[in-house]
Design a protein around this ligand. Structure first.
Ligand code: DOR
Length: 457
């Protein structure tokens, strides 16, 4: 007998807009929208007063597993996702060992099958010497990956690929979509060399400055354009990059577009003035920029130059973060507060619930050609999050489920929180309780779809 759950009376974020309706889940799949009020079901959920969204798809997390599990692991990271309404994540390759071979990718998928409470996918990481593996990953069936991550600019882990010849070869010869961390290494080193005397965390934004971000983004777009290679700009941090991406996409016919971009909550909510308050807790790569840059990211999202929001969840322990700059590592955790931060903005009127569903659910699915996710539509996977737009809660370090146990948003009162999360029709978060079993599944990618622009906006 199939297990059926009927969610009644929610305001549901459907592809065409928010509507009050009912959703029927049958054996992990959305079996019906606007299902008959009295459809037979094993469980009835009265969602009066609540909103139902597709589960959030976070396309940029660092879960540190294997090898750096004192910071996070696939179990703690994925449980934090469940509590935050994130039902699928795509994880970065700067683990130990790095995900730079098809075997390492297969090993990570196996690990996640044993540990992850939500759905998972893993990028292949580029190095200066693994072109064969990157090509092989695009051909090997049964070992799925969203694409290739290139650090065009060093960050946590030793994964810099700065050499032009190597970059040309990767863009020319691989077939998987490419995403890149864009900060120009030469600019970063020159900026660092110019600074004398003891450094403070404020210098982080002088070393990793506007020019570093803009130079690398221009370089990557040039590579993508010349090689006609699907390319995603990770964590855009400057107004100029927003303009560059907007201009680029404006002059290229819709069906020929290959560039997409994302913004992260730390760049959307903080700016360089926050170093005074947060110190190295506000240190991340790319660095924080000015309030004007922050505002430009919001405009870029609203106007479409930036298509999605993702966390770049990058936890380090409090002890590691307490080491004085520049010894402190870059990165902040965010999966647990990601959706509440954005729902709070809906309540404040900065964006709509439809925006949130597009930026965090539907578009990430289309950018990465994810099969069966991102929408509340018949036949899609029942990855869902029920949110209470009136619920108010203060973010506290001591409440964080992430292993690092701190949040740069500690002390922020947010209105709009998840109250229940389903992954494949199974409840993984309810009444502050989080699933412990590894019920997450491997995410599938449909390479024939051809990315965000191919499937219309
Ligand atoms: O701040 C960051 N931390 N940016 C990155 O690109 C990497 C990340 C990490 O892995 O810690």
């Amino acid at each position: 007998m199939p297990h059926r759950t009927l969610i009644r009376n929610a305001r549901v974020a459907l592809p065409g807009g928010v509507a009050r309706t009912s959703v029927l889940i049958e054996d992990g799949i959305i079996a019906g929208v606007d299902a008959a009020r009295h459809a037979r079901a094993d469980e009835l959920v009265d969602a009066t007063g609540l909103h139902l969204l597709p589960g959030v798809i976070d396309d940029q997390v660092h879960f540190r597993d294997p090898g750096l599990t004192h910071k996070e692991d696939l179990r703690t990271g994925s449980r934090a996702c469940a509590a935050g309404g994130v039902t699928s994540f795509l994880e970065m390759p700067n683990t130990v060992p790095q995900t730079i071979t098809v075997d390492a990718l297969a090993a990570k998928l196996e690990l996640a099958a044993r540990r992850s409470v939500v759905n998972y996918g893993f990028y292949m990481g580029a190095t200066t010497g693994n072109l064969d593996e990157l090509c092989r990953a695009g051909r090997t069936s049964g070992v799925a990956t969203p694409g290739i991550k290139i650090f065009i600019g060093s960050s946590t882990g030793n994964m810099l690929v700065d050499d032009q010849e190597c970059l040309e070869a990767i863009f020319a010869e691989t077939t998987l979509p490419i995403a890149a961390h864009c900060e120009d290494e030469g600019t970063v080193r020159a900026n660092r060399a110019r600074l004398t005397g003891p450094l403070t965390v404020h210098d982080h934004s002088r070393i990793r400055d506007h020019k570093a971000a803009i130079t690398a983004t221009l370089r990557a777009i040039d590579l993508a354009e010349r090689h006609r290679h699907r390319f995603h700009v990770l964590h855009v941090s400057t107004a100029d990059e927003v303009q560059i991406i907007a201009d680029h996409n404006r002059i290229i016919a819709h069906h020929d577009r290959i560039i997409t971009a994302e913004a992260c909550p730390h760049h959307l909510f903080f700016d360089t003035s926050d170093y005074d308050r947060l110190g190295t807790l506000a240190q991340m790569n790319p660095s924080l920029k000015t309030a004007a840059d922050r505002d430009a990211l919001w405009r870029g999202l609203k106007e479409g130059a930036i298509q999605i929001v993702a966390t770049d969840h990058a936890p380090h322990t409090r002890e590691e973060k307490a080491v004085p700059y520049p010894g402190s590592p870059s990165g902040v955790p965010a999966v647990e507060v990601f959706l509440p931060l954005m729902l709070n903005e809906v309540n404040r009127g900065r964006c709509t619930l439809e925006d949130v569903a597009a930026w965090m659910c539907d578009r990430p699915a289309r950018i990465w050609d994810i099969v069966g996710k991102g929408r509340i539509e018949r036949g899609y996977d029942a990855d869902l999050v029920l949110v209470d737009m009136e619920k108010q809660q203060v973010v506290r370090n001591e409440d964080q489920r992430c292993k690092s146990g701190w949040s740069p948003w500690h002390g922020s009162r947010l209105r709009g929180w998840p109250v229940r999360t389903w992954v494949g029709g199974r409840t993984v978060f309810e009444d502050e309780r989080v699933e412990t079993e590894a019920v997450g599944r491997e995410i599938m990618f449909d390479r024939k779809r051809g990315g965000y622009w191919a499937t219309g906006d």
